[in-house]
Design a protein around this ligand. Structure first.
Ligand code: PHE
Length: 451
């Protein structure tokens, strides 16, 4: 079926267009904002190692499974799961997996947009030369001034959400792929520039050793869960984002090669971001475990002291906003395609409704940094709770179910035909991973948490 028809929502113009869009989805705040701060909070090296293992053993096979399922189903994740399960004579209740993904994406974008708003605010701070000659204290107070002001945060959050809805309402396959082509490489170049600065701080080796010298005694069971959750988050897996992008993919593209390319690009961005940030942390006696404000309290120091820093800083935050933008779009796309397919809404209306609902929920995250900073649920603020629930619980469980679906529910022959791996050995390896290794690994991490 899938070989003869495309998706009603459109198709990528080429294999590269898909790689760019999927990389645009994967590379985002997760790599530059979140990876460094959770690495700092979880003790460095051992955490990074677990994260890398999760990318290789769990992330890449599940990414292949998601793209494969998406391309086979050619519909929104919810309808894809329903139709493919039916074809394999299994219960249509698999569609609920699509649903949990839609909900996860919706919860994530609600806070993602708030943080992207911080990056937007920083474009203007930087352009106004606020970081020139800055001290660590000065930079910290710029940050706390921003996050303690709910009105400003809501304004930026609203602007970001509107930008996202504009692209989503026009269809992902049109404007977006062009933007990503130039912006992602530029972002990477600026990260390399920051890396150059970090090398000059005198604390570069300290940063390297923090990130790559594993100290297993610092690794808690919870840190393992966070590392695994982040592997899903950073590759945009477990909620249907990559599945929906896969549904716009033409049938000749190699899913394996593409997945590896995306994972490599994504991981490099995260590692370079970490290597740029930690030396600045140590050179200035800052706190590695500073939490979500980490990049906003470290990178301005680099821009404040390097030649051309005002320009580079401005550019950097602009590109960070673009990176967040191309990820945000994919977070909401599964919801929008479902509204279009099932409720026959037009795309614009579907985008506006989903955006509005996510915007409203985002207000909770805004308040969790100021008015509600003392309000906690299970010891976590509203933002922390949403982040924990989505990245560490919903995405891994979604990924687990996707692996089971590809490994046990879909007919083996169909899966093999769709993946078209050149070497039979490769297929066997992948099949072993999604049938046994990935599900067992995810389950073990969850169980070990109870102990
Ligand atoms: N991968 C994105 C990032 O790292 C976030 C994301 C998660 C996007 C899940 C889509 C789906 O910023």
């Amino acid at each position: 079926m899938s070989d003869s028809r495309g998706s009603i929502h459109g198709e990528w113009s080429s294999r590269w267009a898909f790689i760019l869009a999927a990389t645009g989805s994967a590379v985002g705040l997760g790599n530059i904002w979140k990876f460094p701060y959770i690495t700092g909070e979880n003790g460095g090296g051992a955490f990074v190692l677990v994260y890398l293992i999760c990318i290789a053993v769990i992330g890449i096979p599940i990414m292949m499974a998601e793209i494969m399922i998406g391309r086979r189903g050619r519909r929104s994740p919810i309808n894809t799961m329903r139709v493919l399960a039916k074809q394999g004579r299994h219960s249509p209740h698999w569609k609920y997996l699509g649903w949990t993904g839609v909900v996860a994406g919706f919860l994530i974008i609600s806070y993602y947009s708030v943080i992207a708003g911080w990056a937007m605010a920083y474009v203007f701070r930087s352009a106004g030369a606020a970081f020139e000659g800055a001290t660590a204290d000065g930079v910290a107070s710029i940050f706390s001034e921003l996050v303690s002001d709910p009105e400003r945060l809501i304004a930026w959050h609203s602007i970001f959400m509107v930008l996202t809805m504009i692209v989503v309402s026009r269809g992902v396959a049109s404007g977006l792929e062009k933007a990503v082509r130039y912006l992602m490489p530029s972002l990477f170049v600026l990260l390399l520039l920051l890396l150059g600065y970090s090398m000059s701080t005198g604390a570069f080796m300290q940063g390297v050793s923090f990130m790559f010298n594993p100290n297993f005694s610092a690794l808690s069971g919870e840190a393992i869960l966070i590392a695994m959750g982040h592997a899903f988050f950073t590759l945009s897996l477990g909620m249907g984002a990559i599945m929906v992008y896969g549904s716009y993919l033409n049938k000749d593209t190699s899913i394996a090669k593409t997945s590896i390319t995306i994972a490599l690009a994504d991981t490099s961005v995260a590692l370079v971001a970490g290597l740029a940030i930690f030396p600045i942390v140590f050179a200035n006696d800052l706190e590695a475990a500073a939490g979500p404000g980490l990049i906003f309290q470290t990178l301005p120091l680099a821009f404040g002291h390097m030649p051309g820093g005002t320009l580079f800083g401005t550019l950097f935050f602009i590109l960070l906003v673009f990176a967040a933008w191309s990820s945000a779009i994919s977070l909401i796309e599964p919801a929008v395609t479902w509204l279009v397919e099932t409720l026959h809404m037009d795309r614009v209306r579907a985008s506006v409704y989903s955006g509005l609902a996510a915007w409203l929920l985002g207000i909770g995250t805004v308040f969790s940094f100021n008015l509600w900073s003392d309000v906690t649920f299970f010891g976590k603020t509203f933002f922390d709770l949403l982040d924990y629930l989505t990245a560490n619980i919903m995405l891994p469980l979604g990924g687990l179910a996707i692996a089971l679906f590809a490994g046990w529910i879909m007919v083996r022959g169909t899966v093999k035909e769709e993946l078209k791996l050149q070497h039979p050995r490769m297929f066997q390896l992948w099949y072993l991973l999604v049938r046994y290794v990935t599900p067992v690994a995810v389950i073990i991490v969850f169980i070990s948490l109870q102990g």
